[in-house]
Design a protein. Structure first.
Length: 487
């Protein structure tokens, strides 16, 4: 086992970590790391998979569509019913695919006259009818297909039953994947109706032996009571699996990319002796040994060999291994894989630019810079997903935490935040009717606010830094343009 990796090689490899882990593009087997905590989520029988942004929902939506990826997962030694032969189709996703499902504009038109359940049932029936002589297969538009399904319930039931039997005879499962559902409607009320209709269809599909629907949903969407307002919704929620990233799995993901990347021949002997490998006809993949993932002492030793044992400066007692994950966690202690890789990638580039002679792959100040960059990315994601959070948090810029909530509420009253949010129905948080206290509850639900035992409010660094709030002894916020930048 190699005892060291050259610092410049370490920076090059860390600087090539993927910039986006869930953009929905075609994936190669070398891109796929299967955490033990995600294993159940990819099983066909799990109807509902939830997670924060960057946790891997779109990643698995994309990965499950690739036969070679499913083949390697089946060879991984983990117990899974997935196989290369599983017939995986797409029912909705992040990119327009009008041959597979209605686009946003078509969906808007369909919702005028059709119930959400009928729309999603049409998507399921259409995927099963394609390539057969069923009358549905001859219809060219989503309007005509939805009309047929809504008007011919018995014929559709027969179609589903017959196709289920065919899959059973062939020993194959049919799996229909749904992702990006926050884009299927224009506001939360309509989105909740659409998600509720889809979960109904997913539950109905469970009555068949081989037909399965899998829905990838943001955690906050799944937690809304409106999406579960239908009979037997508890049966769907009982199958729910949350995509989480314990610290050891974050580093498992890092090891996977280093071992399978351009400098894999250097990193594999550094990380582990006798590295295992799996192969398809076209690809060789080096899966991370489970012992390297489960042994946090071994992980810490290997990472500190790349980044040093101490952070230095005001954080000199902190160890980089735990410090990075701790400062990327939200108030619910969740860390997204995307933020973790982004922090390391930014730290590598910063070290190369600002500390090229440093004898470790990552300089302590560069690690702090990486966390700042990851925080800025997380804030941009919040701006896209929840514009109301950006408006509420931007009003708090310059304050320092922890603080009594009344001090935040006073700032919001000065900035007339509740009135501003009330003026835009699509922008408003769910509990806005309760005023500033309602905004607080919604921020806590999103993991942005953390209520301390003494009643004060804290804000985790991953949001505090990006929104320009201070904290004694914490990572300083990124400076605005025109001001002096310092760490």
């Amino acid at each position: 086992m190699s005892s060291r990796v050259d610092a410049s090689i370490a920076r090059l490899a860390l600087g090539k970590l993927p910039a986006d882990t869930s953009h929905g593009e075609r994936l190669e087997p070398q891109d796929v790391y299967l955490p033990r905590s995600h294993l159940k989520a990819v099983e066909p029988d799990v109807l509902l998979v939830t997670g924060m942004r960057g946790a891997g929902k779109t990643f698995w939506w994309s990965a499950l569509q690739e036969g070679m990826v499913r083949q390697l997962m089946a060879q991984s030694g983990e117990r899974t019913t997935l196989s290369e032969n599983t017939d995986v189709r797409v029912g909705f996703g992040v990119k327009p695919a009008p041959d597979n499902y209605p686009g946003v504009d078509s969906m808007r038109s369909l919702r005028i006259s059709r119930e959400p359940r009928d729309i999603w049932r049409t998507v399921l029936a259409w995927q099963l009818a394609r390539g057969t002589e069923h009358p549905l297969a001859d219809l060219a538009s989503w309007e005509s297909r939805t009309h047929f399904v809504a008007s011919n319930a018995e014929a559709v039931d027969v179609l589903l039953q017959e196709r289920d039997a065919e899959y059973g005879w062939n020993g194959v499962d049919f799996l229909l994947l749904f992702d990006g559902l926050d884009r299927c409607a224009e506001d939360w009320a309509e989105t909740n109706k659409m998600v509720r209709g889809l979960l109904q269809v997913a539950l109905e599909a469970r009555s068949y032996r081989r037909l399965r629907v899998k829905v990838f949903l943001r955690s906050d969407q799944a937690g809304d009571q409106a999406v579960a307002a239908f009979p037997d919704a508890s049966k769907v929620l009982a199958t729910k699996v949350e995509l989480t990233w314990p610290t050891r799995e974050l580093y498992g993901l890092l090891w996977h990319h280093l071992a399978n990347g351009h400098y894999g021949d250097i990193f594999r002997p550094y990380l582990w002796e006798n590295w295992p490998r799996a192969a398809t006809k076209e690809h060789i993949v080096y899966p991370v040994p489970r012992r390297l993932v489960m042994d946090e002492d071994a992980q810490r030793e290997k990472f500190h060999g790349l980044a040093g044992e101490r952070m230095g400066g005001s954080f000199w007692r902190a160890q980089p291994y735990s410090w990075i994950a701790d400062h990327l966690a939200d108030a619910q202690r969740r860390v997204s894989a995307r933020s973790f890789l982004a922090a390391l990638r930014a730290a590598a580039h910063h070290t190369e630019d600002e500390h090229p002679d440093h004898d470790q792959g990552l300089h302590p100040k560069s690690i702090i810079h990486g966390v700042q960059e990851a925080s800025a990315i997380r804030v941009r994601e919040m701006q896209e997903d929840h514009p109301w959070i950006d408006r509420a948090m931007s009003a708090l810029r310059g304050m320092s935490v922890p603080l009594q909530f009344e001090e935040f509420a006073e700032r919001w009253r000065e900035e007339r935040i509740v009135e501003s949010l009330s003026a835009d129905a699509e922008l408003a948080p769910r509990h806005l009717a309760d005023g500033e206290e309602g905004v607080r509850r919604d921020l806590e639900a999103q993991g942005v606010f953390q209520r301390l035992l003494d009643g004060r409010v804290n804000i985790p660094d991953v949001y505090r830094v990006g929104y320009g709030l201070g904290r004694r002894g914490g990572v300083r916020p990124v400076q605005q343009r025109g001001s002096s930048s310092h760490l």
